[in-house]
Design a protein around this ligand. Structure first.
Ligand SMILES: NC(=O)c1ccc[n+]([C@@H]2O[C@H](COP(=O)([O-])OP(=O)(O)OC[C@H]3O[C@@H](n4cnc5c(N)ncnc54)[C@H](OP(=O)(O)O)[C@@H]3O)[C@@H](O)[C@H]2O)c1
Length: 287
C-alpha cells in the first residue's frame, strides 16, 4: 500500500488524486490530521487514517501495511518540524516501507539563511540514517509563493522587496506528477537533483511579467532587509514570519534557489509550467 501524508494540503491532495489515476484505490492510503476532511477520498475507496507527526503514537496505525510512504513536509519550521519529520521517517521504517519519499526543497542545507532549508537538511539526514531506500524530492520554489509575494504590488503598482536573486519557480502540479512517478515508477533515488521549472526569474523579472500581463506598470523597488521587516510587522505579520520572508530574499541572493534544472521535465517527459503562464492563469482566476 502507498501511503501519502498531508493529503488535505495542496500538494498531498494533488498527489493522492493523481495516484488514483494510476493505482487501484485499495492500494492507496492517506495519513491526515483530520480524517473528516478526507472523506471524499474515503468514498472513492482510499484508506483514510488519522496520523499526526506531532503525536507519533498515531503513526503505526496510519502507516500500517505501507510499501512506500510519501512524507509531505509540514508547514512548520524549527525543532518541532524536524522532530515531526523524524517521527514520520521512523514510523515509515517501522511499518516495513521499502522506500520512503519526502518533499524536500532545492537548496536544502544546514547553512541556508531561509529557515526551512536547515530543517529539510536535518530530515534528509534522518532519511540517510534510516537504512531504508529513500527519495528526497528537492522541490523548486512554488510559483504560488511568487503570487503571494506580489499580491500587494498588484494593488499599488510597486513591488518593494529586498535585493534578491534568481529563483527557479515551480508549479505544484508538476511537482505532484513527479512525486507520483517516484512512487510508482521509482524514477528518482536518494537526494534528487533540484526539481524545477524551466527558467530562473528574479523579482525585477516578475514585475516585468506582471506589467505585461496586467497592462499596468509594476515598478520593482529595492528596500533594505530591515525596512522590509519593519513594514511587514507594521502590517500585522508576526515577527517569525517576517524573519522567514527576509531570510527567503537573503537566501535567494546567495543563489540557493538557482539554477533551473532539466530533471523535472525529463522525468515527466513533457515541458513544465513557465512562470508567465502560471501567473497569467493565477491572475485570470483572481478575476
Ligand atoms: N517548495 C516550496 O516552495 C514550498 C513552499 C512552501 C511550503 N513548502 C513545503 O511543502 C509542503 C507541502 O506544500 P503544500 O502547498 O501542500 O502545503 P499545505 O497545503 O500547507 O500542506 C501542508 C500539509 O502538512 C500537513 N501537516 C502539518 N502539520 C502536520 C503534522 N503535525 N502531522 C502531519 N501532517 C501535518 C498539513 O495537514 P493539515 O491539512 O491537517 O493542516 C497539510 O496537509 C509544505 O508543508 C512545506 O513544508 C514548500
Amino acid at each position: 500500500m502507498i501511503i501519502v501524508t498531508g493529503a488535505n494540503g495542496q500538494l498531498g491532495r494533488m498527489v493522492a488524486e493523481r495516484l488514483l489515476e494510476r493505482v487501484p484505490a485499495e492500494e492507496i492510503g492517506v495519513s491526515v490530521r483530520d480524517a473528516e476532511a478526507a472523506r471524499d477520498l474515503g468514498a472513492r475507496g482510499v484508506r483514510v487514517r488519522r496520523g499526526d507527526f506531532a503525536d507519533p503514537d498515531t503513526l503505526p496505525h496510519a502507516f500500517e501495511g505501507a510499501s512506500k510512504v510519501l512524507i509531505v513536509s509540514t508547514g512548520t519550521t524549527g525543532e518541532a518540524a524536524v522532530r515531526g519529520h523524524r517521527a514520520a521517517v521512523a514510523a515509515a521504517a517501522a511499518a516495513g516501507a521499502k522506500r520512503i519519499l519526502y518533499t524536500s526543497h532545492m537548496g536544502a542545507s544546514p547553512s541556508s539563511r531561509f529557515v526551512p532549508m536547515p530543517d529539510h537538511a536535518a530530515t534528509e539526514e534522518a532519511l540517510q540514517r534510516s537504512g531504508v531506500p529513500f527519495t528526497s524530492l528537492r522541490n523548486g520554489f512554488y510559483t504560488s509563493s511568487a503570487v503571494e509575494l506580489v499580491r500587494g504590488a498588484l494593488e499599488t503598482g510597486v513591488l518593494a522587496v529586498p535585493e534578491d536573486g534568481p529563483v527557479a519557480w515551480t508549479a505544484h502540479a508538476d511537482l505532484a506528477d513527479a512525486a507520483v512517478l517516484a512512487l510508482t515508477d521509482e524514477v528518482l533515488d536518494g537526494l534528487s537533483p533540484a526539481l524545477t521549472g524551466p527558467e530562473v526569474i528574479d523579482m525585477a523579472g516578475i514585475a516585468e511579467i506582471l506589467t505585461r500581463l496586467t497592462g499596468r506598470p509594476i515598478r520593482r523597488v529595492v528596500v533594505s532587509d530591515d525596512e522590509y521587516r519593519a513594514q511587514l510587522i507594521d502590517h500585522g505579520v508576526p515577527e517569525s514570519s517576517a524573519d522567514l520572508l527576509v531570510g527567503l530574499f537573503a537566501a535567494s541572493r546567495e543563489g540557493d534557489f538557482a539554477p533551473a534544472d532539466p530533471t523535472l521535465a525529463d522525468v515527466l517527459g513533457r515541458p513544465v509550467v513557465r512562470v508567465a503562464d502560471y501567473l497569467k492563469s493565477a491572475l485570470t482566476t483572481r478575476g
